[in-house]
Design a protein around this ligand. Structure first.
Ligand code: ME8
Length: 530
């Protein structure tokens, strides 16, 4: 049997509107983490997608007077276009209207129903249209009203189908006490606290007359499936799970479940760990017969805010990733999103900082290092380099710093601290540029002594090797520029962009580098061009 791949998923985004910066951040982070694994030679699978059903989409479609399916398809196209622009390397694409997914959702429901895990009950109470859930007294503010986060709240009396969370509460508490599933750690503690307070079951159906845009319950045609119960199942339906041994052409091309499951990480934002993923999803899997060892891990990220407040369409403080990518380039956006936030924490979006980061770290530092080094190699040595293995005292301090970098980057990446890995990379770039000033190859080139000549060879060889290693290490965040730099060094990106090659001295003797072309054109901002 093939070894299990590293399996990372993202949240699937609601298609009730175009993608926003938070969506772009999460997907680029997943892309970076999976590219890191591939760089290290680990077989990996990256699944992302869109959440197309539910009341939000139905209401958005109604407002425009079009069918929900038309609306969802139109918004889905915007997500796909953005992911293409941002260079996502996802292996799978989860659309919840996909026929295979529908059958798996129905299969899961049927299985739970046959096991006696679902029951019908009548409920009357307050219902949040925006959050698509019934509210309880716990959701009231001290003054007895429901907060604005619930949007429109209406009174409803309905028969519905329920999934018994309470029955599995003790199992979940035990699981969370015995296994670390959630990163960062404090989120696991928050989840455990919430699990200990589970006091009601989950309503998993919506009457068809009120919500038609969903997957019909297989055992009661008057209802469709609650959108979360449908959406969460994407993680297994698109990974090849067949609850009732389903077969058919719609399953063609899906992966083999055992080669992927359990997911190493469901990468999600902090708003959807509790209750959706940490409570509903884990209990759903448990009720479906998954063992404790088959429970997935969660990597929970923070939020991008604007001016300290959560981005929200209603207040208009929103950053549009498609516009930013067009305005500043996809590379600038990817770099900023990975460099200016610590995984797990929040950050404030600021376009000026995006420009600053890109211009300082990439255009000035890395771009300049590549440009100067290749120009000098061409000018002083006709592009031909001597190997760096000579290890002269002249270059030994810088060589030590280069040798230490891959391990440092690896440690940060394994902890998901992409920003810290980029910081370490940038430190070495700065150091290389500083070394050029001290070594002054333009002076060495004029000095006829054999020592100067040898120091010039060592300097150019070491800098070129450093650039090669820097390109390898930065490639999960900036795959396109990394490949471009490797090509300019006269090397083959597909062979060179491998973590194992992030070692000094792997340039062949007498290697000829190419000519430099700008990799990171400077962004002229409105401010800086004044
Ligand atoms: O919750 N900064 O979809 P969604 C960072 N369909 N991340 C943010 C963010 C921000 N400002 N705003 C949202 C849903 N996100 C469901 C998921 S999964 C089976 C179903 C993140 O479009 C959010 O935390 O509201 C979530 O992880 C993702 O974007 C999709 O949010």
């Amino acid at each position: 049997m093939a070894a299990k791949s590293f399996f990372i998923t993202t949240a699937i985004d609601y298609t009730n509107a175009a993608p926003h910066l938070g969506h772009a951040y999460e997907k680029v982070l997943a892309d970076t983490l999976v590219r890191w694994r591939r760089l290290c030679g680990v077989p990996a699978y990256f699944l992302t997608g869109v959440d197309q059903h539910g009341q939000k989409v139905q209401m958005a479609a109604q407002r425009e007077g079009i069918e929900p399916s038309t609306y969802a398809a139109r918004e889905t196209a915007k997500f796909l276009a953005l992911w293409e622009t941002l260079g996502l390397s996802n292996d799978g694409w989860a659309e919840t209207t996909h026929p295979a997914h529908k059958r798996v959702v129905q299969g899961c429901l049927q299985k739970l129903y046959s096991q006696g895990e679902l029951y019908k009950a009548s409920y009357s109470g307050f219902y949040s249209v925006r959050q698509e859930q019934f509210l309880t007294d716990k959701d009231r503010l001290p003054d007895g009203t429901f907060g604005t986060e619930w949007g429109q709240v209406v009174e409803l009396a309905e028969d519905n189908w329920y999934f018994p969370l309470t029955k599995h509460k003790d199992w979940l508490v035990r699981l969370l006490k015995s296994r670390q599933l959630v990163f960062p750690d404090f989120r696991q503690q928050e989840l455990l606290n919430a699990a200990e307070k589970i006091s009601c079951d989950l309503c998993i159906s919506r009457p068809r007359e009120r919500l038609s845009w969903g997957i019909p319950l297989p055992f009661d045609e008057n209802y469709v499936t609650y959108v979360w119960f449908d959406a969460l199942i994407n993680y297994i339906s698109f990974a090849g799970y067949r609850p009732m041994g389903e077969t058919g052409a719609e399953f063609d091309g899906l992966p083999t479940f055992n080669s992927l499951w359990p997911a190493d990480f469901h990468l999600i934002g902090k708003d959807i760990l509790i209750p959706a993923h940490g409570i509903y999803w884990l209990i759903m899997l448990h009720a479906l017969g998954f063992t404790d060892e088959q429970m997935p891990g969660f990597l929970v990220h923070g939020f991008w805010n604007m001016g300290g407040a959560r981005m929200s369409k209603s207040t208009g403080n929103i950053a549009d990733p498609a516009t930013l990518a067009t305005q500043y380039s996809p590379d600038a956006l990817r770099y900023y999103l990975m460099r200016d936030i610590a995984t797990g924490q929040d950050a404030d979006f600021n376009a000026e900082r995006l420009i600053l980061r890109y211009n300082a770290d990439l255009a000035n530092d890395l771009g300049n290092l590549v440009n100067r080094t290749l120009s000098m190699a061409n000018r002083y040595r006709a592009g031909i380099l001597q190997p760096t293995s000579k290890n002269l005292p002249f270059t030994s301090e810088l060589a030590k710093a280069i040798v230490a970098l891959p391990e440092r980057v690896a440690t940060e990446m394994e902890r998901h601290h992409v920003h810290a890995a980029l910081e370490a990379i940038n430190e070495l770039v700065t150091r290389c540029n500083g070394f050029i000033e001290i070594a002054a190859p333009w002076k060495l080139a004029k000095d006829p002594s054999p020592e100067a000549s040898s120091n010039l060879d060592a300097t150019l060889g070491l800098l070129t090797d450093a650039i090669r290693i820097l390109a390898i290490l930065i490639s999960p965040v900036l795959p396109r520029p990394a490949a471009e730099i490797i090509s300019q060094l006269g090397l083959e990106p597909s062979k060179e962009l491998v973590f194992q090659r992030a070692k000094l001295g792997l340039l062949p003797e007498g290697h000829r580098v190419g000519t430099p072309r700008p990799v990171f054109p400077r962004i002229e901002s409105a401010e800086s061009s004044k």
